[in-house]
Write a protein that binds this ligand. Structure first.
Ligand code: GDP
Ligand code: MG
Length: 436
């Protein structure tokens, strides 16, 4: 994929003392090929490479960085610039309800993302209403109803009535029922055609949405960009939801959409589940494309629920690899606030694959706590001490079994391994968080 290619290119620069123009030219040639292969728009690639090259040669030389790091930094910054803009915000109408219109081609993820958005807004304290305006397939209404049921958000439908009529009626319904956000799910087509555009225009003029969001599938690469361009021209877009980023390894759509259409990507869909929706962060996307994993997301998530001081301590320990069972316990309790441990660790490059062995059931935390509390301080620091007789004692003391104690120790060992990988990985190093 793109990340591998770019990393290879950067690796070649690593040996170099000072960046010479020839080195930069060679690296940029490779970057260009890698971007084109990743299905980034041709013109975008051309401008991008020219800009990066210009910055690499001569200016922007930071003494604290190696040549390779310098190039990575510049590429990273220019990628952010390419995708930049405000993200993840829905415009709130001064007078409710706020009306959000989702549109896009068939299969892009409109229905799924209508529900995901509703779910997200609900968690923010809003009272959303989902509106079924895909009238062509009975299954489409049913699909929205099933999702609505799942996230406990009401769904408004009127069968096969004209979509603009349904949309209008839904506003009244929302107003009468105290729903402050209306999310309209529309029908798509396999390709853009006049019938679709007319239908969407009719809805738009009838309900005057505050946000018109295009839902596009990242896996379709340049097609996604072309689709965005057409919809923007025909209907006028306020933003884009880029879906299926979990499956897209190329990054072409993400890198091109803003540059080509001028529309910002507001949200990213990263899976089929209802919580797989994130504000789109150009900086993180750039990191992901550069193969730095999503360490930034990880850090931000950690900061949300860790208090700063704790995080600092933890970071120190990670660096020195002094992570003990006490910390493990502490960490686990923090994780409960942060969401599943696995989703957090998956973001670290190279760690995701190993996760299948380390499923920590959140329900187990009470047992784990009991087990660790039954250990001596020395045992918590040096779990290697815990052989059979100690295991028995701990199991007894904690009201668990020897097997459970064994399992916990194994999990801890695996976690330690991952932590080592985390601190040793290039990603952390690039962020200045690696071992010093
Ligand atoms: P619509 O035709 O635009 O309404 O598309 P749907 O919402 O019905 O989605 C089409 C398919 O894509 C469904 O199987 C969804 O589960 C799947 N899907 C939607 N969004 C995502 C995403 O972000 N990631 C993945 N992996 N699948 C998605
Ligand atoms: Mg649909």
């Amino acid at each position: 994929g793109l990340s591998d290619k770019l990393q290879e290119t950067f690796k070649k620069l690593k040996g170099k003392g000072i960046l010479k123009e020839a080195d930069v030219n060679e690296a940029m040639r490779e970057v260009r090929v890698a971007l084109l292969e990743a299905d980034v728009n041709f013109k975008v690639v051309k401008d991008f490479v020219a800009k990066v090259k210009e910055r690499c040669i001569g200016q922007d030389v930071l003494e604290s960085l190696s040549p390779a790091q310098q190039v990575i930094k510049i590429v990273h910054e220019e990628m952010i610039d390419l995708m930049g803009g405000a993200t993840g915000k829905i415009l709130v109408a001064p007078k409710p309800p706020t009306v959000i219109l989702l549109l896009g081609l068939q299969g892009a993820g409109k229905t799924t993302h209508a529900a995901k958005l509703a779910n997200m807004l609900k968690k923010q304290g809003k009272h959303p209403l989902l509106v079924a305006c895909d009238i062509y397939r009975p299954a489409a209404i049913k699909q929205l109803e099933v999702l609505g049921e799942q996230i406990k958000v009401p769904v408004f439908s009127m069968g096969q009535e004209p979509p603009a009529d349904i949309a209008l009626a839904s506003l009244k319904h929302a107003y009468q029922n105290g729903q402050d956000v209306v999310i309209i799910d529309t029908a798509g087509r396999l390709h853009i055609n006049e019938e679709l555009m007319d239908e969407l225009r009719a809805i738009k003029t009838t309900v005057k949405p505050h946000e018109i969001l295009l839902v596009v599938d990242a896996m379709t690469g340049q097609d996604a960009v072309n689709v965005a361009e057409s919809f923007h021209k025909e209907i006028g877009l306020d933003g884009v939801i880029l879906t299926k980023l979990d499956g897209d390894t190329r990054g072409g759509a993400a890198l091109s959409i803003k540059a080509v259409t001028g529309c910002t990507i507001k949200f990213a869909g990263t899976g089929e589940k209802m919580d797989a929706l994130e504000p789109f962060h150009p900086d993180r996307m750039a990191s992901r494309i550069l193969g730095m994993g999503d360490v930034l997301t990880l850090i931000e998530k950690a900061q949300e629920s860790f208090d700063q001081k704790k995080a600092k301590e933890m970071e120190q320990k990670l660096r020195k690899q002094e992570f003990t069972l006490d910390d493990f316990l502490d960490q686990m309790q923090q994780m409960k606030k942060m969401g599943p441990l696995s989703s957090l660790l998956e973001m670290i490059p190279g760690v995701g694959k190993q996760l299948k062995d380390v499923k920590i059931d959140e329900k187990d935390t009470a047992h784990i706590e009991a087990i660790i509390r039954s250990m001596t301080l020395e045992e918590r620091r040096k779990p290697a001490l815990i052989k059979d007789s100690r295991k028995k004692r701990i199991a007894k003391g904690s009201g668990t079994s020897v097997q459970e104690v064994g399992r916990l120790l194994k999990q801890f060992e695996q976690m330690q391994k991952m932590m080592k990988q985390l601190t040793g990985s290039g990603a952390m190093g690039m962020l200045g968080m690696g071992k010093k």
